[in-house]
Design a protein around this ligand. Structure first.
Ligand SMILES: Cc1cc2nc3c(=O)[nH]c(=O)nc-3n(C[C@H](O)[C@H](O)[C@H](O)COP(=O)(O)O)c2cc1C
Length: 200
């Protein structure tokens, strides 16, 4: 039976959601069973309105206990001050019961992210969030430099790194994921799909 991978994300303005769909496509290309989930919002409607957040996508919400059904995860969250967005952190803080049982130990995971700007903290967002998963005994599977030559291209601004796919959104959120950023997200899905297939 094909491994089941959950792609679990938080997205306030939709950029992470766009990358998530590419990750899903990459995983599916490797024959993996994929389910896409978002984590619950934690901010009140009034605050979201002031932040000009559009309505959420029509994607099911995940709860902590759902996580045990997956063979692995690709997590996506935008940066907040160079760290994992609080909405995702709050969701992850609800996994204490699973941690006590070691329910996620040994499960592989990968991460993608987004920032407003270059140098806005993509690598730090991923690196600084690893502790959340390491404490569960989970196994980090980064794409590394498998993406190839495009990771060395300095002619165009581009999100993403060896740590995981990424996009730049600009400070007003108007920039949308570029072709190469979408390609990198799909590639990350494929790399992760190949890994979990080998594991299975
Ligand atoms: C409170 C807050 C802190 C942020 N901190 C950073 C930051 O440190 N660096 C950066 O480049 N962008 C920062 N941003 C911009 C977000 O990362 C950006 O809105 C997000 O990547 C968009 O992804 P989304 O469309 O999926 O919500 C911040 C945004 C907010 C609301």
């Amino acid at each position: 039976m094909a491994p089941t991978i959950y792609v679990v994300y938080y997205s306030m303005y939709g950029h992470i959601y766009k990358l998530a769909k590419e990750v899903v496509a990459g995983l599916e290309a490797e024959g993996v069973t994929v389910k896409l989930f978002q984590v619950p919002e934690t901010l009140p409607e009034e605050v979201l309105g002031k932040m000009h957040a559009p309505p959420k996508q029509d994607v099911p919400l995940i709860s902590a206990n759902d996580l045990t059904d997956a063979d692995g995860f690709v997590f996506g969250y935008p940066t907040r001050f160079g760290n994992m967005a609080g909405q995702f952190k709050q969701f992850w803080d609800s996994t204490g019961g699973l941690w006590m049982k070691g329910a996620l130990a040994g499960k592989p995971f990968s991460i993608f992210t987004s920032t407003a700007s270059q140098g806005g903290g993509q690598e730090n967002t991923i690196a600084s969030s690893l502790s959340n998963f390491v404490h569960h005994g989970m196994v980090f599977v980064p794409p590394g430099y498998t993406m190839g030559a495009e990771l060395y291209d300095l002619t165009t601004p581009r999100g993403g790194s060896a740590w995981g796919a990424g996009t730049f959104t600009s400070s007003d959120g108007s920039r949308q994921p570029s072709e190469v950023e979408l390609k990198f997200a799909k590639h990350q899905g494929k790399i992760f799909g190949q890994f979990v297939n080998r594991l299975k």
